[in-house]
Ligand binder design. Structure first.
Ligand SMILES: N[C@@H](CCC(=O)N[C@@H](CS)C(=O)NCC(=O)O)C(=O)O
Length: 344
């Protein structure tokens, strides 16, 4: 099995990270909890594991997609944080993920029904930070895969969490029969090599590339990330032009699952929020049809929330006013049910 620690499809190269940050480059940190279901401490058992997520976070979106398309909704429980982290006025400090269902979303002026209290640890923590603190860690990111039996964090790296859910789906109690369930990372060497190649390209230029463009404060870093992002969209559109339904061919794979969260956010969020206004996915005929094709797969629609994405990405910036568009070709996410819109 290809070792994925230190792999550029999983995390950013941390070389000179502080100098690069000082120069205005957004450099994502590395997740510290790298245990795995299947390890002696963490055997694969139904009903034992729990996820802490935020639905606006694209890394959490990967994990929620894997849980749902693999039929693990009943055997892996999940808590959902409010899409905006704590503000400057919070007694515990800003930028912390909180489990606070009564909180009002500025976008709708109402609470968000998907939000939950923290139910995984039995402690009813308000902040994800305190789940880490219970293990002496000062990390604070989501997603978190948690073991309810030993009350320990297993892993907080989405690339590894989706891989272990795929590998242990049956033992974890998937509601889908083996022959009906996707194998996201199949054993065929060629397909694995192609998935690894696409994961690398898509993580660096699309998944993390979007943040590199949107959160960097250096024009040249932004410009490089902007062109790398749209170069890859061109490449992927060309790849799909031969009529293949998914990136590696006939079957939906981990490469599709990892691309979807970013492209789902592109037209209604990233186009504005990450300054990725080089085009819309709607402008890429085959990519648009691929996005609509994945959108209607079992387990996908229930994994998405554009309201959480909009609230999360715009709710604390942009004067708290969330942009309402786009309206063309039609409002989102309904537009994702219309692959025909880019048919010739
Ligand atoms: N490499 C991690 C990245 C997770 C991540 O960066 N999550 C963001 C939310 S989108 C977060 O919680 N950031 C807060 C922090 O790291 O303090 C993964 O893919 O799981």
């Amino acid at each position: 099995m290809r070792e994925i620690k230190g792999d550029s499809s999983v995390q950013e190269d941390q070389a000179n990270a502080s100098t690069r940050r000082a120069r205005g480059e957004f450099v994502r940190g590395v997740s510290g909890f790298r245990g795995a279901i299947g390890d002696p401490d963490f055997p694969a058992e139904p009903g034992r594991y729990h996820l802490f997520v935020a639905l606006n976070c694209p890394w959490c979106h990967r994990v929620v997609l894997a849980r749902n398309v693999l039929g693990l909704q009943d055997s892996i429980t999940m808590d959902v944080a409010f899409p905006n982290r704590t503000g400057e006025d919070d007694p515990e400090g800003p930028n912390l993920w909180e489990f606070n269902p009564p909180r009002i979303a500025t976008l709708s002026g109402e609470t968000l029904p998907e939000c939950t209290d923290e139910t995984g640890t039995g402690q009813g923590h308000r902040l994800a930070r305190d789940i880490y603190r219970a293990e002496g860690s000062n990390e604070q990111s989501v997603p978190i895969l948690y073991d309810k039996k030993t009350k320990r964090i297993v892993n907080n790296e989405s690339a590894e969490i989706i891989r272990m859910l795929d590998r242990h789906a049956d033992a974890l109690g998937s509601s889908m029969a083996d022959d009906a369930r996707y194998v996201l990372y199949p054993s065929e060497i060629e397909i694995r090599a192609e998935i690894d190649r696409l994961n690398d390209l898509i993580y660096t230029t699309i998944n993390n590339g979007a943040y590199k463009a949107g959160f960097s404060s250096d024009q040249s870093v932004y410009a490089a990330a902007f062109s790398a992002y749209f170069d890859t969209l061109e490449q992927l559109d060309a790849l799909l032009a031969d009529g293949r339904p998914f990136l590696t061919g006939a079957a939906f794979s981990e490469a599709d699952l990892r691309l979807f969260p970013t492209l789902y956010r592109h037209d209604p969020v990233y186009y504005l929020r990450m300054k990725l206004n080089g085009g819309k996915v709607f402008d890429y005929r085959y990519l648009w049809q691929w996005l609509c094709r994945v959108y209607v797969l079992d387990g996908v629609a229930e994994s998405n929330s554009l309201i959480h994405c909009r609230q999360g990405y715009f709710g604390r910036s942009w004067n708290g006013v969330v942009p309402a568009g786009p309206l063309k070709p039609m409002p989102y996410p309904e537009a994702y049910r219309h692959p025909e819109l880019t048919a010739s």
